[in-house]
Design a protein around this ligand. Structure first.
Ligand code: PEP
Ligand code: MG
Length: 291
């Protein structure tokens, strides 16, 4: 038993019967990196842009990205800037909006400030070349297939061959199969997906029951994405807080997701939870949660 515990404490994520589930890190900078995972599933890049009157220079971005790429110990998925009227950044100079969560945020900022995304993609590509790391990019708050196709084309033009999108809006989950005809992977952001599926502010302390990732409607949306991934032969991960919850991670695996990306401190408990259950048991739990 002790040996099983030790085996479960390191190495790639697996269920008790050996089904692989990649365990990845959510980081905001190189300081967040920890050993023991298989790469980075969500590199949030907002920190570089916070509180600035001018956007960071190309070189400043290249340096910060290369620091993470060079030390990640595996593939890195970089999320392009997720800001907007809900997370205002002075240099964007966006007007206030009456309903910022439903306004110009995430990829939508590109509609009004197009240079920011292209500069960032160029800096990511340069840092990828400099380090030789396996780097993929993904866009936040994608809603339509046209947005996904446009993002993938811009990433390719910058020299980034592998592009994906986050699924944070129910409309995107409903179109998962069509999205996967345009991009290489999906990453489900359950924090925002719950907010938008349940029309419940993710920060609202009185609405925690609606935002619980075990809500069947949320699990249905995750399952739709995972099924589309299986049919397309493409990766579908989860990178919201749900992925780092040892009680929820087996449900996500049972729904068919191929990777879980989480805060570094969550990795050991999630690894242990998966090592204690077979894939069939994960599937049974998922079916029970949906029922
Ligand atoms: C999410 O929405 O689930 C997510 C991972 O992105 P963030 O928490 O940065 O909005
Ligand atoms: Mg989000």
């Amino acid at each position: 038993e002790e040996r099983a515990r030790l085996a479960a404490s390191a190495g790639p994520g697996r269920t008790a019967d050996g089904h692989p589930v990649r365990l990845l890190l959510n980081v905001g900078s190189a300081a967040d990196l920890r050993p023991g995972a298989e790469g980075v599933g969500l590199f949030r890049t907002e920190f570089l842009f916070l509180g600035r009157r001018q956007p960071p220079s190309r070189q400043e971005q290249v340096t910060a990205y290369a620091e993470v790429f060079g030390r990640a110990g595996g593939p890195v998925i970089v999320r392009t800037l997720d800001a907007g009227t809900d997370k205002p950044l002075p240099f964007l100079g966006l007007p206030e909006e009456p309903n910022p969560a439903l306004g110009v945020r995430g990829l939508r900022v590109d509609r009004v400030r197009p240079g920011v995304l292209d500069d960032q993609l160029a800096a990511i590509a340069e840092a990828a070349r400099a380090t030789g790391a396996d780097v993929r990019v993904m866009a936040p708050m994608v809603t339509t297939v046209a947005e996904a196709a446009g993002f993938a084309a811009r990433a390719r033009a910058a020299g980034l061959a592998r592009a994906g999108v986050m699924v944070e809006v129910p409309a995107a989950a409903l179109r998962a199969a069509a999205l996967l005809r345009e991009v290489d992977f999906l990453s489900v952001g359950t924090n925002d997906l719950a907010q938008y599926a349940f029309a419940a502010d993710r920060q609202h302390p009185g609405l925690a029951d609606l935002l619980d990732p075990r809500q069947p409607a949320l699990l249905e949306l995750v399952g739709m994405c995972a099924r589309a991934g299986r049919e397309a032969g493409k990766q579908v991960g989860v990178c919201g807080e749900a992925a780092g919850d040892p009680a929820v991670a087996p449900l996500l695996v049972g729904l068919g997701v191929t990777s879980l990306s989480m805060a570094p401190s969550c990795v050991p408990l999630v690894r242990e939870a998966l090592a204690g259950l077979t894939l069939a048991e994960c599937e049974e739990r998922a079916a029970a949660a949906l029922g």
